[in-house]
Design a protein around this ligand. Structure first.
Ligand SMILES: NC(=O)c1ccc[n+]([C@@H]2O[C@H](COP(=O)([O-])OP(=O)(O)OC[C@H]3O[C@@H](n4cnc5c(N)ncnc54)[C@H](O)[C@@H]3O)[C@@H](O)[C@H]2O)c1
Length: 393
């Protein structure tokens, strides 16, 4: 499969394609990158792609007829226009999460995929994360009975990174409950077996707005600074974006269409990092301890006041970024676009994760009013649930 990559940042999402794509199944036939310094870095880092043509404008790259597939690895506000253009140009599309920054944007992408019949794949890599897969396996085995209630607490020690770059402004991402939380809302939907139909949100910009010594307008941010030990305390940080208007902590309550009720809490200024999920069913509860590098899943099925779980599942550490899930999801795209193998990710689910995130932001910015999520047309549901094949019914 001859493919192109839009957004050739070798240290970020473009880099996972260059690193992990299966050489026996794909040929990197073009890249599109608007930053000349990034193109130079790409050339130096990947001498094996020295001859790969480079485009500054993605529309020019999409005109190449031999290109069968495109990876869209750029910031969220471009997802909608680039995905629709790539589908209309007849390419299979790998689109990074979140699908788009509005519900309307997601529905435009779904419509374009349905109309053109071109394959659409969403980069929700947490569906390939070993600890998530173990929790899904345990829930599907029935060990905790029927899931009724889900809580996810999300602590983000490197959260200041989002307040250094494009994510700091609502106009670029809507907000971080959607931008970052789309991963977790999707996991909650997947493991609980339903989609949010009504949501309530609460959140505030409470800490990073206190910082001074911000970047000058247009000055390049130092993203890596947010991973350093001295990146503390959060209200004293330097070098954040001059404009900040997204919430730095948020909470979302979700009513799912199968009766399950869920909550997701995100904080961007904690000293530690973890996604901590609890699924509670009619016969027990499970919880993860650790998520990316090494993790355990604890299960309680017997009543008692003790802390010790009845089952403890140790998840071995996997090589590669994001706990091994990045390598797995790139392979899954080639399996899907090239061989028709159904992936774990789903465009409908990606849309519904954005829908819940958007609803949470609307609610938190409008007096915590509940927001009802509009459904997608039945024929789209049938198409996407049937492996992106049209049926006669
Ligand atoms: N799945 C995950 O775990 C995960 C992790 C991090 C980021 N992401 C997602 O990856 C995407 C990329 O994030 P980012 O912060 O690296 O984005 P970014 O847009 O800042 O940078 C990506 C690269 O794309 C280039 N670029 C940006 N706009 C372009 C355009 N119009 N034409 C050509 N090149 C362009 C930039 O120069 C840069 O090299 C986002 O959608 C983000 O949500 C996903």
């Amino acid at each position: 499969m001859r493919f192109g990559v839009i957004g050739a940042n070798t240290d970020l999402r473009g880099g996972i394609v260059f690193k992990y794509f299966p050489r026996e199944e794909g040929v990197l036939a073009a890249i599109c990158e608007r930053d000349p310094a990034m193109v130079e870095k790409f050339r130096k880092t990947w001498p094996e792609f020295a001859q790969t043509p480079v485009y500054a404008d993605y529309r020019e790259m999409l005109k190449v007829p031999e290109l069968e597939a495109v990876f869209i690895m750029v910031r969220d506000p471009y997802h909608e226009e680039m995905a629709v253009a790539a589908l209309e140009a007849g390419k299979a599309v790998y689109l990074e999460k979140p699908m788009a920054i509005t519900l309307e944007g997601c529905d435009r992408i779904l419509e374009a995929a349905y109309r053109t019949g071109c394959k659409l794949f969403l980069g929700h890599n947490m569906r390939y994360l070993p600890v998530v897969l173990k929790m899904k396996e345990l829930i599907d085995s029935g060990v905790i009975g029927e899931v009724q209630s889900v809580w996810c607490r999300h602590f983000i020690s490197y959260g200041s990174c989002y307040f250094r770059h494009w994510c700091a402004e609502q106009k670029n991402c809507t907000g971080l409950l959607l931008q970052k939380g789309a991963h977790d809302i999707d996991v909650i939907h997947w493991l609980a077996g339903g989609y949010t139909e009504r949501a309530v949100g609460m959140g505030r910009l409470s800490v990073y707005n206190r910082t001074t010594d911000r970047l000058a307008p247009g000055e390049a941010p130092d993203r890596a600074a947010s991973w350093k030990e001295d990146c503390w305390p959060p209200d004293q940080l330097k070098g954040l974006s001059p404009e900040l208007d997204v919430e730095d902590h948020s909470m979302l309550l979700m009513q799912l269409d199968n009766g399950v009720q869920a909550s997701y809490e995100q904080c961007m200024y904690t000293p530690d990092s973890e996604r901590n999920y609890t699924f509670i069913g009619t016969r027990g509860r499970l919880e993860n301890v650790g998520d990316m590098e090494s993790a355990e899943v604890h299960v309680w099925t017997k009543r008692g006041s003790r802390q010790e779980p009845d089952q403890r599942h140790v998840i071995p550490a996997m090589d590669g970024s994001h706990g091994g899930s990045d390598a797995a999801i790139i392979k899954a795209f080639f399996d899907f676009a090239g061989k028709g193998i159904t992936p774990a990710t789903s465009p409908l689910a990606a849309r519904n994760a954005v829908a819940a995130g958007v609803a949470g932001h609307l609610s938190m910015r409008n007096g915590n009013m509940p927001q009802v999520i509009p459904p997608v047309p039945a024929e789209w549901i049938a198409y996407f649930e049937n492996g992106q094949k049209k049926t006669d019914r």
